[in-house]
Design a protein around this ligand. Structure first.
Ligand SMILES: Cc1cc2nc3c(=O)[nH]c(=O)nc-3n(C[C@H](O)[C@H](O)[C@H](O)COP(=O)(O)OP(=O)(O)OC[C@H]3O[C@@H](n4cnc5c(N)ncnc54)[C@H](O)[C@@H]3O)c2cc1C
Length: 445
């Protein structure tokens, strides 16, 4: 283990895109960083969110995370879930960290908004996160999580980018299966790259001949509200119309290439249950008024072999962190500050909610530069120091002042902290360096 003459030690909870980014930035400033990761591998949504056909992007992001966590001042502590293996309050208040960064992402599915819906999880209702995780690990014999059958004509409730990926998983998997029945072996990844019609044409087949229905996404807004291209903040009406046109074009292309359909202006409204099994949903027609979704009196029913709910991910609660509805009760959303813990900051998906890889990384950089480095007194940007006034966090300011005035932790605190890190690493049989660890746990490294 690398000791350090560093003035501070910082804990990061979650070792994926955002966590690795901030850990590396702080380590480059000479700060000793302990990264706690609940899984054996630190790739988060890159491994378990992004569908596995994004092969090159995944490889690139794996390499980037690995490299950042390999910094000699970063101490990786895998297979350690904060809130289960170590209490959150203990990390913040007892270990001796100058501050704690939440980089734990959003791993819980937002519940299907129908009373009693969750009773049918596993009986006709599936949530997006476990569904995508299972798809990504379909060929991984060591995968211990839940596996799901993929059914043609599934009902997907959603509208975001992830719901398009869910629909693609269904149509691509069903096409692969139908081709295999005809003696044609093809990887899902190859199907995704070329698209279903091209592959079928190469085998003198048509979609109709496969006899598949495809997959429909039920969306409560209009098709051109789907965030396939984002609208810049403050964009004038002409720009908004242009973006909406691109969205319609992209959606049309995706529908043709992947045989998925979108039923807009349809909000889930009721369950269709037979013999204790969810076998469809009742939808309510909506209309959009001044950008708001308004329910109408019209309803319709849709049956299907499975309902997949893909309406967004929210943070998994951690005992000790106050919630406000589905989200952590941040008093300041720029830096992810919590009223009760003035030395805690948050980065990535846990704060940004939706977002993407670049957004998570940029947010981690922003919080590091504008808040954490200033807070720790290691920023070389005096302007940032002056501008650091997190709303409603006077207490944090006073802690920041103390830290800057007295920047070093005592040798004893540091030794205690290093001992605790080493004890936890030893409890999970972590062998000193991340490369050896990743090799030993198998899977993509
Ligand atoms: C289906 C799908 C498709 C996507 N496609 C794209 C795409 O094409 N392009 C793109 O840019 N983005 C895409 N994204 C979004 C992108 O993957 C995420 O926005 C980004 O990877 C989030 O990074 P993060 O570090 O903020 O969070 P995460 O990657 O979620 O990292 C959080 C980490 O914290 C760990 N953790 C959680 N709780 C604890 C705890 N209590 N203790 C210890 N560790 C904990 C987790 O195991 C995880 O490793 C997609 C997402 C999904 C779901």
């Amino acid at each position: 283990m690398t000791d350090s003459s560093s003035s501070h030690c910082v804990a990061v909870i979650g070792g994926a895109t955002a966590g690795a980014e901030i850990a590396h930035r702080l380590a480059q400033r000479g700060i000793l960083v302990a990264v706690f990761e609940q899984n054996k591998r630190p790739y988060g949504k890159i491994e378990d969110g992004l569908p596995r056909w994004h092969e090159r992007l995944r490889e690139k992001e794996y390499a980037s995370i690995r490299e950042k966590l390999s910094h000699p001042l970063v101490h990786f502590i895998p297979a350690t879930k904060i809130g289960r293996d170590i209490a959150f309050a203990e990390i913040v208040e007892e270990w001796g960290f100058a501050c704690v960064i939440l980089a734990n992402g959003a791993w819980r599915d937002r519940p299907l908004p129908i009373e009693g819906g969750d009773r049918y999880v596993g009986q006709g209702l599936v949530y997006q996160n476990p569904f995508v995780i299972a798809f990504n690990h379909a060929d991984d014999s060591g995968f211990a999580g839940e596996r799901f059958d993929v059914h043609d004509d599934s009902i997907v409730v959603g509208g975001g980018l992830a719901s398009i990926d869910v629909a693609k998983i269904i149509t691509l998997t069903c096409t692969q299966r139908a081709l295999a029945e005809r003696g044609i072996a093809i990887e899902v990844t190859a199907l995704e790259v070329k698209g279903i019609p091209k592959i079928l044409a190469a085998h003198d087949l048509t979609w109709e001949e496969l006899g598949l229905a495809g997959c429909t996404i039920y969306y409560r807004r209009q098709e051109d509200d789907m965030p396939l291209v984002s609208i810049p903040e403050g964009a004038p009406p002409e720009r908004i119309e242009k973006v909406k046109k691109s969205r319609r074009t992209l959606l049309k292309k995706a529908s043709e290439k992947f045989k998925l359909k979108v039923e807009p202006l349809a909000a889930p409204d009721g369950l269709i249950v037979e013999d204790g099994q969810l076998c469809g949903l009742r939808f309510r027609r909506t209309r959009i008024e001044d950008g708001r979704v308004v329910a109408t009196d019209e309803t319709f029913e849709r049956r299907g072999p499975v309902v997949i709910s893909s309406i967004g991910s929210i943070p998994d609660p951690i005992e000790g962190i106050e919630m406000k509805g589905e989200l952590f009760n941040f008093t300041d959303w720029s830096y992810g500050k919590l009223a009760r813990y003035p030395t805690v900051f948050s980065v990535g998906n846990v704060v940004t909610g939706k977002g993407n890889i670049v957004a998570s990384r940029k947010h981690a950089g922003h919080v590091s530069e504008q808040a954490v480095e200033v807070f720790l007194g290691v920023s070389d940007d005096p302007v940032a120091r002056e501008e650091f006034e997190p709303p409603g966090a006077e207490l944090a300011e006073s802690v920041a002042d103390q830290l800057t005035a007295e920047p070093t932790i005592s040798a004893e605190t540091r030794q205690n902290l290093l001992r605790r890190i080493a004890e936890r690493q030893s409890a999970v049989a972590y062998p000193e360096d991340i490369a050896t660890w990743l090799e030993s746990v198998g899977g993509p490294c």
